[in-house]
Ligand binder design. Sequence first.
Ligand SMILES: *[C@@H]1O[C@H](CO)[C@@H](O)[C@H](O)[C@H]1NC(C)=O
Ligand SMILES: *[C@@H]1O[C@H](CO)[C@@H](O)[C@H](O)[C@H]1NC(C)=O
Length: 356
Amino acid sequence: MEVPVFLVWIVLCNIQLSLASWWYLGVLGTSASLSRDTRQTSSVSVNEMCNNSPYLEPRQRELCAKEKRLIDVISAGASMGIEECKHQFSGRRWNCTTFNNTDVFGNVIKIKSRETAYIYSISSAGVMYSVTRACAQGTLIGCGCDDSVRKQGTEGKFEWGGCSENLQYGAKFSEEFVDSKEQIQDRNEFGLMNLWNNKAGRLIARKQVDLVCKCHGVSGSCSVKICWRKMRPFRAIGSALKEKFDGASLMKINKRGSKLRPISKDMKRPTRKDLVYLENSPDFCEPNLAYGSLGTRGRECKKDSYGLDGCNLMCCGRGYYTIVKEFTEDCDCKFFWCCRVECQKCRHVKELHYCN
Ligand SMILES: *[C@@H]1O[C@H](CO)[C@@H](O)[C@H](O)[C@H]1NC(C)=O
Ligand SMILES: *[C@@H]1O[C@H](CO)[C@@H](O)[C@H](O)[C@H]1NC(C)=O
């Protein structure tokens, strides 16, 4: 039997559309490349640019079109999330593989696993971070510093001043933008899992804040201390979420289909700051694009590590090969008055190990 061409087309389009995501903004980078991607000139209005982005949901297009610079800020947030994921997973079999197309992470996100949980949480946190910072820097028109902190008591230890970053605004925006991807679907178990992890990402990000202070007063005395709130580097959020990944809770949907709960009664209930998942992960040993795995052949591994980055686990028992590489570096440097440094070139060899 011959399958009508239009049916094949519809099926293919549905696959494309269901995976295509705003994450693609993080791959494209700036709005300049975005307008190139949609084959438009850079003079195009932000309205058109947002509306011609097929990987955005209708609500996301609306939000995107609100302000000209917003799309760059969201793109930067998406890209921060992707880069941080790659950093945190660089020593694991699945190393946050991305593909240069609109579905970005490939089929790995079809599995309701801990990896998917991390992707959702870090990208939700990325948008929150990027928007919050842009507000404080005055890049966006619709927001600014958080003046509400000034009402909080300081027990006379310091005075509020400067620009406290408005994490509440960033979180609200991220919620509206990122979560709208799930809300158009029926609230099935996967949708509930993704919304949970999006929120966990934002709640963890909210905790990664420091009080930064500056002293004023005659000759270095600190008679007046001015402080404001500032988010820690994004790395702190990536690491905190990686810990949540390690302790993520396996859940199932309740009988009424309205909530997630732990798979068994003896398990601790996760808090809203924990990551949750519904399916165990594949082992990612072999290449299999059906779940976004490139396998671990040719991956560098550590000979003496018993961890996931060690050759035993990384190579899935297939063994490894060793390549001796030579490096040159400066050594025996001497300082000559004034002002010259002379160094010898030292060569040393290093053994690198790769999976069979
Ligand atoms: C990704 O694809 C776009 C066009 O589809 C291309 O312009 C860009 O250079 C590619 N990036 C990488 C890293 O391959
Ligand atoms: C991630 O894994 C792939 C294949 O398994 C490899 O090609 C790539 O270099 C790895 N990336 C990093 C940053 O280690």
